[in-house]
Design a protein around this ligand. Sequence first.
Ligand SMILES: [Zn+2]
Length: 396
Amino acid sequence: MTAFGLPRFATYQFPPWLFQSGQIDFSKKYAFPAERLALVEKLATQNRVHGTGKEEAAAIFTAEGFLVAPGLECSETNLMPNGQSHTSAFFWAQKRMGTFDLGGRNVMQALGPLILTANTLPDVGNVTGILWSGVARVEVSATSSLGDQSPLMLDLMPGDWVEVLRSRGIEVELVHNDSSRNLSRTSRWSTGRKAPPRMPPLPHSVTLELLPPWVEEEVDTTTRLSTPAQRMALANRLVARNIREGTGGPFATVITDPNGGILGVGVNRVVPLGVSPMHGEGTALAVVAQKTGSPVVPENSILATNGCTCGMCMGNVIRARVKTIEYGATTEDIENLTGFDEGIKSGNWAKICQRHGVTVVPDILRHECALELEYYKTSGGMIYNGSRSAEALAAS
Ligand SMILES: [Zn+2]
């Protein structure tokens, strides 16, 4: 008999104070960058004052300045391992709009291009996360710091984050709270709309099916995965099943303690759940957080993933204090075999991880992992960020 013993679901919610009167107003037009930043800074302060998280907030707005979704750093209280403010904002906007792609056709028709405004700088994970979210413009306080997010991770990017995002076609503005410098400017995409566009109500709470039911048949948490090959074999088996069941993209992750005891597993759930952070790594970290009650993994945890970790997950994995990353297929394998865009990461990233105390072990069952990626492509699997980039290029 197998023993599964992992949570399959997670519920995430906004802190109740957010919906008390005067905090957020969906009918108000925050037309200028300084007004949007002022709202975000107010929410960040409230988050700290109420003890629900750090003084870090962000929000998604339409080009005219109507609020789509706020985001708060609530990783400790909400156990969202990807729960920094930037990710939180596009996570809730994605849940509100019912799609992982805020730059996709449906959202563009309903709302137009979207703006992310934040009071802290994005780190490497957020920068790639912003790319995956589909927002068109990023506004960050000119006086902001990296916040409390991490002492590292900007060095994992191939250059200045502003230039990196701009090179991917995303508008970036450093906003001064000195309103005289911003009040003259509105977004170049603004249609001048005076009332908020029609959109579904913002959910106050969502329950995600992190793992599809079949995972219970594949994972026995009483077995010990003592070697890198054993861990990768399970990850690749989860990939194979995820593809054939049609429950997500061709990526999976296994997290174990240093002795190979299974702490959590994850499969890519971006399309089924409609949220961009749910890569294999993100889902596995979410499962471990639900199981242990902490957004940080137990000491010396090992993360085995079939495809080399992307920039977004790199940020989340380091922030969750994973000690060892083992991967099979390389970034080039993934991009060449599937067409997925793997995002932003310094060419030197493995060495930089090492400097930060994270050991990277490449080339575990690379051939087997590559075969499954190839199968995904030839069987007609959806290449979402790749196709979006193609669509965006065709439209520009
Ligand atoms: Zn990823």
